[in-house]
Write a protein that binds this ligand. Structure first.
Ligand code: EPU
Length: 319
């Protein structure tokens, strides 16, 4: 790419060249990217995308670098790193630019005396990424608090309400239509009591107790298995497996539990290992490659299929 191209990129944000994406992902995995543009002004995101489209250069949006597995070959085009981090609390609504850290927004909501987003304190990544994947924890999900979003979609900036986001379990319309989330409005509730901080602490303690600590990882690898009402529910209930009742009550069987029962905890390919703490996490023991992780994912899927006849589906975005 030309000098003029690099110069133009600098007008949108801070440009870094020849970066190993392993430095930009929570998994600490991923090959090189020639250009990473960190954009801190929301107004510059769309013009940057339009410039890249006009130049026919491939681009990828990067938020907090969690919930993704980047190939060892890296990425050919331009990485747009969302660093737009302004937010404000307006009554019971938290308005946040897409690059705000989810953890920080959860903390700010508690500080502002709002309730409904305490569960966000342990969720890595950015709020834009959390909306895209309908992130959730401790029974909460983004879909429960998103009021509207501002998105760059099919050449236009539009505001979409909750329904139009088509949220599902770890899913939104933006996973399919490649809409780029620019800003998010979370509708919360005013709370008179000070229970929010205590609840947030409990969430963190649960996470620390049940999920791997101290190793690079990318959050849960697989979606929990959705039990189809009236479908495989009866079949699974009748099966020889002693599946805890709590999973049926919520309509989801924990993928971590399935992997654990299939005896895959501790399983290793190269430096990638199924966490001993939680079966749905893969930890990077040092210099794991994306190829190691992919091979391990296939091994885990096969083991769960062999034991339960259930096909696990990845939750993470692969690049
Ligand atoms: N369990 C095991 N062995 C394991 C893992 C879990 O027996 O290796 C059992 C636990 O003991 C518990 C049950 O399975 O009785 C459920 O486990 P947990 O509470 O950890 O919940 P989960 O369904 O496995 C979900 C989300 C997590 C979220 C936690 C806590 C998904 C795919 N996972 O896990 O989200 O942090 O609840 O709220 O929806 C993520 O999406 O990236 C993620 C990590």
């Amino acid at each position: 790419m030309s000098i003029a191209f690099a110069k133009e990129l600098r007008s949108y944000g801070k440009v870094k060249t020849d970066q190993l994406l392993s430095k930009w992902t929570t998994f600490k995995i991923g090959g090189a990217a020639h250009y990473i543009v960190s954009v801190s002004e929301t107004d510059k995101i769309v013009p940057l995308i339009q410039f890249l489209e006009q130049e026919q250069v491939e681009y990828m949006i990067l938020g907090g670098g969690s919930n993704m597995l980047v190939a060892d070959e890296g990425f050919e085009g331009v990485i747009i790193h969302l660093k737009n981090e302004q937010f404000e609390v307006d009554g019971d609504v938290l308005v946040a630019e897409a690059g705000c850290a989810t953890v920080a927004m959860a903390q700010e909501s508690i500080k502002a005396g709002l309730t409904g987003f305490e569960w966000g304190v342990g969720v890595p990544g950015t709020i834009g990424g959390a909306v895209r994947g309908n992130a959730g924890a401790m029974g909460g999900e983004m879909k429960d608090c998103v009021q509207q979003v501002e998105v760059y979609l099919e050449g236009e900036v539009v505001r979409l309400g909750n329904e139009q986001c088509e949220f599902g379990y770890r899913h939104s319309a933006f996973k399919e239509n490649e809409g780029v989330i620019l800003r998010v409005w979370l509708k919360l509730e005013k709370s008179e009591n000070k229970a929010g901080m205590k609840q947030a602490l409990e969430h963190l303690q649960y996470r620390n107790k049940t999920q791997p600590q101290g190793w690079a990882s990318t959050g849960c690898i697989f979606k929990n298995y959705q039990v189809a009402a009236g479908g495989d529910l009866e079949q699974i209930l009748d099966s020889k497996f002693d599946i805890p009742k709590q999973f049926f009550d919520r309509g989801l069987i924990s993928a971590g539990w399935l992997i654990d029962q299939a005896g895959m905890k501790g399983e290793q390919v190269g430096q990638a290992q199924v966490s001993e703490a939680h079966g749905n996490f893969i930890v990077n023991l040092g210099d794991a490659t994306a190829a190691d992780v992919r091979a391990l994912i296939e091994r885990v899927k096969q083991a769960v299929y062999d034991k339960f006849g259930i096909e696990l589906e990845e939750e993470i975005q692969t690049v």
